[in-house]
Structures are given as structure tokens and as C-alpha cells.
Write a protein that binds this ligand. Structure first.
Ligand code: NI
Length: 181
């Protein structure tokens, strides 16, 4: 396993429409996922999308597995590998909460997101995943899956008065929390 470089906003590889995964449970796929997991953990993130390491496939990983200090009110999200995802928004309730991204280091913004979703896809073995999610869980999945469509969270910001540097917005947060997803 290798900690990979995370591409930063401005890199054109973050703007691609990612390609579907067609072969499952292969050594290449499993090795890529292992690298992503290691990279996400090293960066203290709650999720990572394959395009963020320059891997042009529809694959995201996310999950906290435990309460994380930056999101103390959020219920733990099971560690998940989600491939070829599809998302359906449920209802019209929205959430407005702070969001960060490992490809946009040091910054945070309030991003409007649907409150409730259903997401489907498959795991690394090609087994189906079909879940309902709300709140923080929904937000993480929406954020990660946006990466597969070449969308970074700043493109979704509506109120630019709530877009700024972590160190200014949240001076009491530990420096190692200055990342996001
Ligand atoms: Ni991100």
C-alpha cells in the first residue's frame, strides 16, 4: 500500500467524468482501493474519490467508523467502498453545513446539500450496495460522488460569505483537522 499524492483544485484530472469500473475483485482494483484507504487515513479525511489520486474510475471510499473530532455530532459512517454509484434524492429537505475537501486544502464553505438520499452501486467484489442515508452520511456520499462528475464543492457554494480559510473560520481546530474530504 502506498500513500498517494492528492490532486489539488486546478488540476484538469479533477474535472473529468470518471469511467465505470468493469472488472471486480482484480488485483489492480484491490491495490488501488488499498492505496486510497491509506491515503485517506494519512490525510485524516472522511472520504476520498478515485479521481483525487488521478485514477479515472467511478470509485469512492468513505466512512468514519468512529466519531471524528471535526464532526462530533455526526453518527459514524460504516467504512465503505462504493463503485459505479447512483444517487436518488429523497424529498426536498436541504442541509447547509460546512464542508472541506482534501483537494481544496485549508478552505471550508457552507454547501447546500439534500438531507436524504438513497444510494446504490457495488463494492469491490461487485456485490450490490443499496442504502438510505441522511444528514452527514448523505453529505459525505454526495460530496464524494460529485468528484466522479468533475464537481468540486466550491462549484456548489451559494453564499460566498461562508467560504474561507479554516484557520480563520475555526481557529480552535487542531491544524491536522485542516483537511476535509
Ligand atoms: Ni473532496
Amino acid at each position: 500500500m502506498t500513500v498517494r499524492e492528492i490532486l489539488k483544485m486546478g488540476d484538469e484530472r479533477l474535472l473529468r467524468q470518471a469511467k465505470p469500473v468493469t472488472a471486480f475483485n482484480t488485483p489492480e482494483l484491490l491495490a488501488g482501493i488499498a492505496d486510497m484507504r491509506e491515503t485517506m487515513i494519512a490525510a485524516n479525511g472522511a472520504g476520498l474519490a478515485a479521481p483525487q489520486i488521478g485514477w479515472d474510475v467511478q470509485l469512492v471510499i468513505f466512512g468514519t467508523g468512529q466519531i471524528i473530532p471535526r464532526y462530533p455530532d455526526a453518527a459514524p459512517i460504516p467504512p465503505t467502498v462504493l463503485i459505479n454509484p447512483s444517487i436518488t434524492v429523497i424529498g426536498d429537505e436541504m442541509q447547509n453545513d460546512w464542508e472541506g475537501c482534501l483537494s481544496v486544502p485549508g478552505l471550508r464553505a457552507v454547501v447546500p446539500r439534500p438531507m436524504k438520499i438513497r444510494y446504490t452501486g457495488v463494492d469491490a467484489l461487485g456485490q450490490p450496495i443499496d442504502r438510505f442515508a441522511e444528514g452527514f452520511h448523505a453529505k459525505v456520499v454526495l460530496h464524494e460522488c460529485d468528484h466522479l462528475m468533475g464537481i468540486l464543492y466550491p462549484m456548489r457554494v451559494k453564499d460566498f460569505s461562508k467560504f474561507g480559510y479554516n484557520s480563520v473560520l475555526f481557529p480552535n481546530l487542531a491544524p491536522e483537522s485542516d483537511n476535509g474530504r
